[in-house]
Design a protein around this ligand. Structure first.
Ligand SMILES: Nc1ncnc2c1ncn2[C@@H]1O[C@H](COP(=O)(O)OP(=O)(O)OP(=O)(O)O)[C@@H](O)[C@H]1O
Ligand SMILES: O=C(O)c1ccc[n+]([C@@H]2O[C@H](COP(=O)([O-])O)[C@@H](O)[C@H]2O)c1
Length: 200
């Protein structure tokens, strides 16, 4: 695939932040923007997973609605991009399969996996974990309450990003209970959630 956007990324590193984004919140956004602006990453792409292999979430909004909220959240930030590439892949969403597709679509980019310390601890249980570690760089941000493995695998670098103790679980609870989510999610996301009656 060759477009002006992909030509600009030739040889550059692109960070991939995978998640359910149910819904996207300020914690995700601060992290993604920090990684796109304070590291050697040219862009960060947020990949909305229809179904994470390890999550059985009763309140999972349809993927198209979660993707729409991500797009609203990052509108105007040209270093962040939302991808729906996993929507046409089998479920659950295995990261290695998505990476194979992305690498074929964007051979010009150097993809870097972004993950929290919580996910790094579980990585040995991911599909083709050995390939993930051998073929990709991984930037890990510490998450409070989760110690990083010692020693770290050679492909892993720690990035000390500022982190907010916000989770999508907490946001959904606030919406259900009718308490404020102001500043925890962007205003445009809150407006759409309320207009559509999501998570009540
Ligand atoms: N507050 C946060 N700060 C930094 N990273 C986060 C934060 N919340 C989630 N992440 C990371 O963002 C990615 C996507 O997260 P996910 O969509 O599962 O959100 P979540 O808030 O953890 O959701 P849930 O509460 O439903 O489990 C994961 O890699 C996760 O580690
Ligand atoms: O590929 C795997 O085996 C795998 C195992 C667990 C999680 N993931 C991906 O990691 C992302 C975050 O997952 P989670 O469960 O923390 O929301 C999400 O996009 C999942 O599809 C991927």
């Amino acid at each position: 695939m060759s477009s002006p956007a992909s030509a600009a990324l030739a040889g550059r590193k692109v960070g991939l932040l995978f998640g359910s984004f149910n819904p996207i919140h300020t914690g995700h956004l601060i992290l993604a923007n920090f990684l796109a602006t304070h590291t050697d990453l040219a862009e960060v792409w947020l990949i909305v997973s229809p179904q994470s292999p390890f999550k059985t979430e009763a309140e999972l909004l349809p993927e198209a609605a979660r993707f729409d909220l991500v797009q609203r959240a990052i509108a105007g930030n040209d270093q962040l991009r939302a991808l729906d590439v996993e929507f046409s892949l089998p479920k659950p969403s295995y990261t290695i399969d998505t990476l194979d597709v992305l690498r074929a679509q964007h051979p010009e980019c150097r993809f870097v996996l972004l993950m929290g310390g919580d996910n790094l601890l579980g990585l040995p249980r991911w599909k083709a974990a050995d390939r993930l570690l051998a073929e990709y760089e991984i930037y890990v941000y510490p998450r409070p309450g989760y110690a990083l493995p010692d020693p770290l695998p050679p492909a892993v670098q720690v990035v000390n990003a500022p982190l907010l103790d916000i989770s999508a679980t907490f946001i959904r609870r606030c919406l259900r209970e009718g308490t404020s989510v102001r500043y925890l999610i962007p205003e445009a996301v809150e407006q759409q959630i309320r207009a559509r009656g999501y998570y009540v």
